[in-house]
Design a protein around this ligand. Sequence first.
Ligand code: DX5
Ligand code: ZN
Length: 215
Amino acid sequence: MVKVAPSILSADFSRLGEEVHRLQRAGADWVHVDVMDGMFVPNLTIGPDVIKALRPHATIPFDVHLMIERPERYLKQFAESGADYITVHVEATEDMEKTLNEIRRLGRKPGISLNPGTDLSLVEPFLGDIDLLLIMTVQPGFGGQSFKPEILPKISKASEHRKKNGLNFEIEIDGGINRSTGLQCAKAGATVLAAGSSLFKSADMSAEIALWHGF
Ligand code: DX5
Ligand code: ZN
């Protein structure tokens, strides 16, 4: 069963605690949290203090997607905020091996994310050391963009690599996911679907999540 990770970037920011609680009640598997620094991406969102404040509002894992330059500077703060998965971008991280080790040392699950233009080969040496590979299907920075279908072969390639090498990291897809693009990603080998707009705009989030669980 594919997991569903609603992105709170599309939630009502004036009542984030209730929103996090609502998405867990709707059957979400993880809470996807988008952290942006205005440098790696041209947008600013939230930091570790907000995550810490939200953590008691749900018991499901917090999947924290760091879209920040040199994320190694803030790993301790995010680990202490209650993040379960801490994902860093390969394009923003100076020493990937050291960063992944540090996330593990802090007792959290390390993830690597790839921008649409970044080749999988760049992260292949680290795939045995991660719990999560986050493949972007839009240029990160904003919700509500259109899914890039040209990324589907990257998902299949990651899935094949995982099988061939007996690895079991999750393959999460992020950007422009709805019931149609989500199904395509699941068929290509995605194990987690992150989505903001389509889930928060749906008339019935529980029904939508239940449908995706069937992909
Ligand atoms: C984009 C973020 C996504 C975003 C997805 O930079 O990483 O997680 O919330 O939003 P939608 O589902 O609206 O494309
Ligand atoms: Zn994200």
